[in-house]
Ligand binder design. Structure first.
Ligand SMILES: NC(=O)c1ccc[n+]([C@@H]2O[C@H](COP(=O)([O-])OP(=O)(O)OC[C@H]3O[C@@H](n4cnc5c(N)ncnc54)[C@H](OP(=O)(O)O)[C@@H]3O)[C@@H](O)[C@H]2O)c1
Length: 360
């Protein structure tokens, strides 16, 4: 894809880097933190794959909650700025570096990585370009890696979910939440979901949950405990009151896995919010856990990237399961790449469901 500045002016070179325009591409480089409008496409040199790397021409990129935190300067796992945002996407391998089988050129893949996917092209170690699920459309492949791996790792690898168990998913209409509801239902569990609006509750029910409740209602947890009783497994991604109440709902031998804290609202300029954040951060209380014979665990997919062999084995189990069970990702909305700021604002508004994508 030629550089848009070059195309607009009719010149052969990109005005920013003076590169021949076939060597430039559009990318969203996070140079400073701030509101969604800091996300502007600029021209950058096309990356070239080195030894053991491949380059993927992206068709879609996923928008992740972690990228919103990164944009605000609140994400500990983010690389040092400036860098190109974007942890996942789907597309086609268009070139490979030394040591990589040349027959991979032209392969349709999904990408899971730390950064670089808010761009036309991304260079990654070859093991992070995972063959696309053939039964998925390109959009679905982009919506798959982060949400489904997170839900699977939490429910299956950590909580060791068993058929027939009772499962509670918080933020059940979000990206990780919809994946978790689908997977737990297909694993033969009795699933309950919590979400923040009637539309979201309807979606969660349509994905195979026994019931869904609005946790913005003050009596939600009392109603849940009287109607549904206890839970064997909870996947928790909100924090604060939701985490505290959910721990009380665990049956003996119950397992709660923390995979996020979307409800924490840290504002660097507001010292009061530092206190709220500290108060609402989930904590494991060993004495209470001993009294109830329950367990609290946590996961962060990013740190598993350092263990590609383990990640690959988990991914293959997940891929086989979704293919066999006919699970398909929920895609809430697709934005053109240039509108990444609007996509972030939409996810932050809490109105989004499933995965929000950027189209290149
Ligand atoms: N551990 C990992 O490796 C991993 C990987 C991916 C994501 N995560 C984490 O998992 C969480 C969910 O990610 P996601 O991509 O599924 O995001 P998402 O689709 O945006 O879902 C997040 C949902 O959290 C709920 N929420 C509750 N309180 C909120 C608040 N104060 N502000 C914003 N949202 C609030 C909202 O649903 P309701 O309106 O229904 O409450 C929102 O839609 C995030 O914390 C993310 O960082 C962790």
């Amino acid at each position: 894809m030629p550089c848009w500045r070059g195309r607009q002016s009719g010149r052969r070179n990109c005005c920013e880097k003076h590169l021949p325009y076939h060597l430039a591409m559009k990318a969203i480089v996070l140079r400073r933190t701030g509101r969604p409008n800091v996300l502007k496409p600029t021209d950058v040199p096309e990356p070239r794959p080195g030894t053991g790397e491949v380059r993927v021409q992206l068709h879609y990129s996923g928008v992740n909650y972690a990228e919103i935190l990164s944009r605000k300067g609140l994400y500990a796992w983010a690389p040092e700025r400036p860098y190109v945002l974007g942890m996942e996407g789907s597309g086609v391998i268009d070139s490979v570096g030394a040591g990589v089988d040349r027959s991979r050129v032209g392969q349709e893949v999904m990408v899971g990585t730390q950064s670089g996917c808010y761009a036309e092209k991304v260079v990654i170690p070859e093991e992070r370009a995972i063959p696309a699920v053939p039964s998925f459309a390109m959009e679905e492949n982009a919506a798959f890696p982060v949400n489904y791996m997170t839900a699977w790792v939490a429910l299956v690898e950590l909580a060791r979910l068993q058929e027939g168990e009772r499962v509670l998913i918080t933020a059940a209409a979000g990206g990780v939440g919809t994946a978790a509801v689908q997977l737990a239902a297909k694993l033969g569990c009795e699933v309950y979901g919590l979400a923040g609006s009637d539309e979201k509750l309807a979606l969660v029910r349509s994905l195979g949950s026994r019931d869904a409740l609005n946790y913005r209602a003050s009596d939600c947890f009392a109603r849940l405990s009287s109607s549904a009783g206890g839970f064997d497994v909870v996947l928790e991604t909100v924090g604060g009151r939701v985490y505290r109440e959910a721990t009380k709902l665990l049956n003996p031998f119950g397992r709660l896995v923390v995979a996020g804290f979307a409800g924490l609202d840290l504002k660097k300029w507001n010292p009061l919010s530092w206190w709220w954040t500290w108060r609402d951060m989930p904590r494991a209380k060993l004495l209470e856990m001993a009294e109830s014979s329950t367990g609290v665990m946590a996961t962060h997919l990013g740190y598993l990237l350092d263990d590609p062999a383990r990640l690959r084995a988990v991914f293959e189990r997940l891929r086989a399961f979704v293919t066999e069970q006919g699970v398909r990702p929920v895609i809430g909305r697709v934005y053109d790449f240039e509108r990444a700021g609007e996509a972030h604002a939409y996810v932050e508004s809490r109105r989004s469901v499933g995965k929000v994508l950027l189209r290149h």
